[in-house]
Design a protein around this ligand. Sequence first.
Ligand code: DC
Length: 224
Amino acid sequence: MIAIDGPAASGKSTTARRVAQELGFLHLDTGAMYRAFTLKVLRAGKDPGDSESVGALVGVTQIELHRANDALLVLLDGEDVTLAVRGEDVTRAVSTVSSLRCVREAMVREQRRAAGQSDVVAEGRDIGTVVFPDADLKFFMIAGIDARARRRQAELMNRGIRTDLDALAGKIRERDWLDSTRAESPLRKAADAIEIDTSSMTVDEQVALVTGIVRERLGRKGKP
Ligand code: DC
């Protein structure tokens, strides 16, 4: 079990996906799960901060992550919502929904079940601190706000969406603040996590660094 935590656009998703591929591990993108559930809340017309009505939805929701070739598919009650969970509306509401205890409890239960007995690279905000505190290796990825805003801008541009850099930086800062100041499982570096600043690193460099550390600490196959 390898845990990768960090704030939005710190490079953890791309790195986790590629490291999992290289090691032949399962990639568990826990942010995608919170996003899928947030999509359901929005579609149902619920107030994202209303724990009672949002809580009622948790028990009747099924979220699955499926690997299809090199991509990770996100299924919400059987529907492929891989693209929809990256939408602006979901990104705006996801921190509020994921701050609710009832949501976190259900997601963490599902994350532990999904990881099962497999070798996993799990990424999110509370993986090394709460979900898998006994992970074999923990990483905490960070990056400067400029680098993160530029990455998000490029990602959106790839999807044909033009955005203002300052506005993006503002939104990332706001999500950082919400994710790290909430009462339930806030974004925090585990005491035993290895911090990696990706501000001036390419994706290939991040993957090589993490994979190298995993192999050095856990052996060639990345297993303890
Ligand atoms: O990694 P991401 O940007 O896709 O995550 C979306 C949101 O989900 C993030 O802003 C906070 C929440 N999240 C969480 O609370 N705990 C996790 N383990 C993963 C994500």
